[in-house]
Design a protein. Structure first.
Length: 96
């Protein structure tokens, strides 16, 4: 499943962030004007997922893995909750 941040959110006007949820892990793309950042995270390396869902505005999701943090902003509350659930389910399957 592919989730794309809203272009109306801060920092995503030209190039919105994307999160691709796959069977083995996530691919997070944070594009930039001259360069971008793409990170692939297997479920087994993700230690925690945090979501910030303000009353008004767009949500932020953070993934912690191997001592690092990857953050994406501009998603709907429903999207970040679905992504978090998918990661938790993927971590359960990877832990078996």
């Amino acid at each position: 499943m592919k989730y794309i941040a809203s272009r109306l959110s801060e920092g995503n006007k030209l190039f919105p962030a994307e999160i691709l949820v796959e069977q083995t892990g996530l691919t997070i793309k944070i594009p930039g004007f001259f360069s971008g950042d793409e990170t692939s995270l297997p479920y087994s390396s993700i230690s925690a997922v945090e979501i910030d869902t303000p009353l008004i505005g767009y949500s932020t999701i953070r993934f912690y893995h191997n001592g690092n943090k990857v953050e994406a902003h501009g998603f709907s509350k429903t999207d970040v909750q679905e992504i978090k659930t998918a990661v938790e389910n993927g971590r359960d399957k990877a832990g078996r």
